[in-house]
Design a protein around this ligand. Structure first.
Ligand code: F6P
Length: 363
């Protein structure tokens, strides 16, 4: 197919490395193929309101590599198939998908690059089913997209969480306290597990292994009996006790729930059961912010270029992915809907357990 102009949008939560992708895709499209590139603001919102677009040029992608966030803006509340509009003071959800398809035509966008997590890529899949020409790039700090071994953004998030654990160690030791760190990751424990191992934490609680409070407390008791008066507990936001529920903060407008609060509960239980001073840190959106690591800049750059090459080779409807050390691609249709979770018996968990780290596992 003859391509003259492509569009790029970023959707869902931001992740360090998004700007590296935007820069790489724009440069490769212009330098290698002579295409025009249109940046679409705020995910699919920019295709509902087409004034929210901008030309992407070699000039305006200059200097983007070290920048966190996304210069195109993003949102995780703009599903065009279920789009919130205010009517008579009330929010109603309407289907705006036809308008998006019309605006893609009006903007003369031959192929759209969609950079997003499972939610955004599922929207992309629904547009592909309606005939839209799309290629995908996976993005999430949670690293829970099953079709790719790693997403850019994850490495930076884990580094931020590891640095936090390092800092908590010094104050925990000085005050003889138990420090609980709640990290993100949604329904997967990758950030908690990797940062917990890298930071040398004593307990790591992940959604994939419902934990037992007594097992957690036993680990801390054992340390106390060895004369070690502090402990570091890393809790994934989706972790939950055996027979208990995940802890949610509130509901988003579109019904998606926000996790958060399990760290507070874990700290309360530990201090009640062990009579130890306990403090909680919720790392929150710090994990999504800041300059991308070298790894994420490189992976983002490779993904951006690979997406342009998918378009060039007319391999539409596909998403780039990393398998081992190689960038490959997979049908978007097959890439969404199933999240990648930590294997409770996998090598990474066993590595942690063989170091004496407790995952709160009930035996
Ligand atoms: O998916 C990325 C993520 O940061 C999750 O780890 C977290 O649960 C969620 O997004 C937070 O979403 P929001 O930005 O809407 O608070």
């Amino acid at each position: 197919m003859q391509v003259k102009r492509i569009g790029i949008l970023t959707g869902g939560g931001d992740a360090p490395g998004l700007n590296a992708v935007i820069r790489a895709a724009t440069k490769a499209a212009i330098l290698e193929h002579g295409w025009e590139v249109v940046g679409i603001y705020d995910s699919f919102d920019g295709l509902i309101h087409p004034e929210k677009t901008t030309p992407l040029t070699l000039d305006n992608v200059r200097g983007l590599l070290p920048r966190g966030g996304t210069v195109l803006g993003t949102t995780n509340r703009a599903n065009p198939f279920h789009y919130p509009v205010e009517k008579n003071g009330k929010i109603e959800f309407v289907d705006m998908s036809e308008r998006v398809l019309e605006n893609l035509q009006n903007l003369k966008i031959d192929v759209l690059i969609v950079i997003g997590g499972d939610g955004t890529l599922s929207i992309a899949r629904d547009f592909i089913r309606k005939g839209a020409k799309i290629v995908g790039i996976p993005k999430t700090i949670d690293n829970d997209i099953s079709a790719t071994d790693i997403c850019f953004g994850f490495n930076t998030a884990v580094t931020t969480a590891t640095e936090a654990i390092d800092k908590l160690h010094t104050t925990a030791e000085s005050h003889h306290r138990v420090m609980v760190l709640e990290v993100m990751g949604r329904y997967a424990g990758w950030i908690a597990l990797e940062a917990g191992i890298a930071g040398g934490s004593d307990v790591i609680l992940i959604p994939e292994i419902p934990f037992d409070y007594e097992v957690v407390c036993d680990k801390i008791r054992q340390r106390s009996s060895q004369g070690i008066k502090f402990s570091i507990v890393v809790v994934a936001e989706g972790a939950h006790p055996r027979g208990g529920q995940m802890v949610f903060q509130d509901e988003k407008g579109d019904g998606e729930k926000r996790l958060g609060g399990i760290g507070e509960q874990v700290a309360r239980e530990i201090s009640q059961r062990l009579d130890l001073e306990t403090r909680v840190t919720v790392l929150g959106h710090l994990q999504r912010g800041g300059s991308p690591s070298t790894f994420d800049r490189i992976l983002g750059t490779r993904f951006g270029v690979a997406a342009v090459q998918l378009i060039h080779h007319d391999e539409l409807g596909r998403m780039v992915c990393l398998r081992g050390r190689t960038v490959q691609s997979v049908e978007i249709e097959k890439a969404v809907g199933e999240i990648k979770r930590v294997d409770p018996e996998g090598e990474m968990v066993l590595t942690a357990e063989m170091l004496g780290i407790s995952l709160g596992r009930w035996h």
